[in-house]
Ligand binder design. Structure first.
Ligand code: IPD
Ligand code: CA
Ligand code: CA
Ligand code: CA
Length: 268
């Protein structure tokens, strides 16, 4: 991908995200079919599916040699990251979409040979687009986001957390997360992993910690966070993998090691 191609993909992807968001806003007050997937709390709507198809049709028409991985399964079965791969979460925060009609996002990450090149997270109801191209910083609409502060103490940090992980669960010992909750200045739970990443990139949340996310939840966010000097790893500090589920800590590097060493004990 040369720079001209990269810029063209960036521009197109941004336009598609904005157009897809406009479609959601137009259709969301009409009756919407809501179904469940793996559990009664795992919701999917016809707009999740339509929005994913919207992206896939456009990507396949413009870029037939690119691969697409989408949450709702209309994309390709992907087992390698060679070439250009689009990773699409058509609506991240479907539960918020259904119950609150706000606080949900479209997330698109574009990778070349496994390297994150372009990340887009669109807060649809706020009409706010977080976007980044590798090496060129991250933006919130037209405003360039500053680098994260070099000094940050956990005691002065706000931590994004899915509260589920601080009660009995299969993946992590709850005591560590409970002590993190006690130590941090405050915790938040927004219900959209993509938005939580965007808030870390914006510097309004200092870390987002969760034990299980899919590639489409994180693909755009890791690029945005990286572009402001943040770090994203699995909860044990290992690098994330692009095609599997991951535990996630994305944060200001100043508090990364302390969270891992003192507050996270995975059940192996
Ligand atoms: C979900 C949201 C939520 C996170 C879940 C995700 P979806 O994505 O990002 O915040 O806690 O793990 O599955 O299903 O609404 O796209
Ligand atoms: Ca879902
Ligand atoms: Ca998601
Ligand atoms: Ca989704």
């Amino acid at each position: 991908m040369n720079e001209q191609e990269r810029q063209q993909i960036y521009n197109r992807a941004k336009n598609w995200v904005l157009e897809a968001g406009e479609r959601i806003r137009t259709k969301m007050d009409q009756p919407i079919v809501i179904e469940t997937k793996s559990s009664p709390n795992d919701l999917v709507t016809e707009l999740d599916q339509e929005t994913e198809q919207f992206f896939i049709e456009r990507i396949r028409t413009q870029y037939p040699d690119h691969q697409v991985l989408g949450e709702e399964g209309f994309g390709d079965e992907i087992n390698h990251v060679q070439g250009t791969v689009w990773i699409v979460d058509p609506i991240d925060g479907t539960m918020n979409f259904v119950h609150q009609k706000q606080h949900f996002a479209i997330s698109v990450g574009i990778y070349k040979d496994g390297v994150g090149e372009i990340g887009l997270i669109y807060d649809v109801m706020k009409d706010c687009l977080y976007h980044a191209k590798r090496g060129e910083g991250a933006y919130k609409n037209d405003e360039k986001l500053p680098l994260l502060p070099e000094e940050r103490k956990l005691e002065q940090s706000i931590i994004g957390l899915n509260h589920f992980w601080s009660i009995d669960n299969k993946l992590v010992h709850k005591e560590g997360l409970q002590s993190l909750i006690r130590k941090a200045r405050g915790t938040r739970s927004y219900g959209s992993a993509a938005l939580e990443f965007a808030f870390v990139a914006e510097g309004i949340v200092d870390a987002y910690v969760t034990m299980q996310l899919s590639p489409w939840d994180i693909a755009a966010g890791v690029i945005l966070v990286q572009e402001v000097g943040g770090i994203t790893t699995q909860a044990d500090g290992e690098p994330i993998t692009l095609l599997d589920k991951n535990s996630i800590i994305t944060c200001n590097p100043a508090i990364h090691q302390e969270i891992i060493d003192e507050h996270i004990e995975l059940k192996t």
